[in-house]
Ligand binder design. Sequence first.
Ligand SMILES: Cc1cc2nc3c(=O)[nH]c(=O)nc-3n(C[C@H](O)[C@H](O)[C@H](O)COP(=O)(O)OP(=O)(O)OC[C@H]3O[C@@H](n4cnc5c(N)ncnc54)[C@H](O)[C@@H]3O)c2cc1C
Length: 607
Amino acid sequence: MGDASVISGGFMSAITSSLRRRRFDSLVIGAGGGGLRAALQLARADATVAVVSKVFPTRSHTVAAQGGMNAALANVLPDNWHWHMYDTVKGSDYLGDQDAIEYMCRAASHLVVELEHIGVPFSRLDDGSIYQRPFGGQSQNFGGVQAARTCAAADRTGHAILHSLYQQNIRARTHFFDEYFALDFIKDDQGYILGALVLEIATGEPLLIEAKTTLLATGGVGQLFATNTNARINTGDGLAMSLRAGIPVQDMEFFQFHPTGIAGRGMLITEGARGEGGYLVNKDGERFMERYAPNAKDLASRDVVSRAIYMEVRDGRGCGPEGSYVHLKLDHLGSDVIKKRLPGIRETIKTFLGIDPINEVIPVYPTAHYTMGGIPTNRFGQVVMPIKKGAEEAVPGLYAAGECACVSVHGANRLGGNSLLDIVVFGRAAGNHIIEYLKEVRQHRPVDNESVEQAMARFLRWDARAQVEGQEETVDALRRSLQQVMEKYCGVFRDDTILTQGVEKVREIEARFQNVVLRDQSKCFNTARIEALELENLIDLGLATVISALARKESRGAHSRIDYPERDDLAWMKHSLYFKEEQRLEYKPVRTQPLTVDSFPPKKRVY
Ligand SMILES: Cc1cc2nc3c(=O)[nH]c(=O)nc-3n(C[C@H](O)[C@H](O)[C@H](O)COP(=O)(O)OP(=O)(O)OC[C@H]3O[C@@H](n4cnc5c(N)ncnc54)[C@H](O)[C@@H]3O)c2cc1C
């Protein structure tokens, strides 16, 4: 597959010239919090902006965010942005870029207040100020006692933020293309990104959206793993589009496993449950986190808590008939706290387990949650590429923000509550940079037909695939195999043998993908076609993840190697860059210099 020659040149140029086209100043791919925050900035500055989303905007995964958004408002306990910065650098296991982290933590309070003003109904304290709960990895005074930094709208914070942002975009006259699937970028011969070819899902018709700038805000890749907290749409399409355009993806070996997914199912129980006073116990009723993190206990960083649960189960202290999970205890909190602060997770638990957390303990186990890696950007949202050793330059016209981007503020491990912050901070920053760019670049550059034809060919070859005889693979089965391979060979703990097998197995899946046929060739709302396109993206990202993980011979943050249990700053305090071409890796240094304050040098990370 990937062979465009099945479609003749003349036929292709006829299709290309009859293609429907639309023109905007700016194209935003993705209508989660990242995309909508950027679009709002642009629309308010009177740019014409198109937002493309494969689902209705308010169904984007941001809607599922529960626990909240970090900002050092100091409404509950003393706090300041510098402490938040320290916690984020430490949480990242010193792989985060400190200039971007300073920028994010400084902007946080302002952006929470801004969200409040556009209508986000944050929970309140008695004095009317915004309620804040303690979350994992938060401290006062650079590693001192627990802080309370997470601003929450009960346990439906993402829902509140996404709906408010959508409403404000409607008001600002952002143009929405709902249920359109982005296929590939369109470029010119000088490397400018000039928009994208998208597919109208309802009709099956392609549409070319030309734009002076394109921003990717397509979210994470949680669907790489069998057990995950993510929406089914989180297939990393934007990352795969970038890979196909020759742009690398960064730090893909760092995938966050959230400690408290519903055992065996994966749905998330927010860290806010522990923030409100919940804790984990093993089969002996022991509060085991006291052994692994004597100070922070259940509110240690996510990587630390996930590994602790895994080890309790491995060492025979798990709960349940097979000893395969641990218990999260909330039943001591009282029904008032649960009803007021955690109503959403109570509902989830009642629906999926048939029990009420007010009276019963909850079986939990780590579940794939968040993509720390992504498309490399700077803190202005520009996508950056290495040009020669040590230097990089921006890809003209291309931006990325939100979970699909790697700025990198989360480094090797993201702190809870920092992603909702990341998406609004860098969505807005990218919007601001684009506004400046549009002042310089007033004209649309002519689109290079060859790049349109390439994108069309990749899309149209699925029609040709209907006729292939012989061995057939189905999208569903292959997607399932990929998810199981990733879970088994690239999970919480890794070593050389297991990762080497993982690389082989994902390469086998890549080869089997050549035999996938599309039996349903209908045009209208053909979800089989969409799932095939998504699977192709997932396979590229599975390879990126497992190849990057095999290469990194140290343990840092979420990447835990049994054969290299220590962090190795001398050899490995650097970002990885994976290129699709030749499946090769390069590395670039971590930016350790903040904007205005002293650098936080790497220290042993204990909680
Ligand atoms: C269950 C859950 C709970 C969470 N809770 C918290 C929390 O409490 N606090 C916190 O800070 N973080 C939390 N997170 C993480 C955080 O919610 C996400 O990282 C963040 O919302 C991602 O936002 P985004 O804008 O980058 O992408 P998303 O919200 O994932 O949106 C992606 C958008 O891209 C579009 N898209 C993707 N591919 C295509 C394509 N090919 N064509 C067209 N459109 C496309 C989708 O339609 C969608 O609109 C949680 C995550 C999950 C899964």
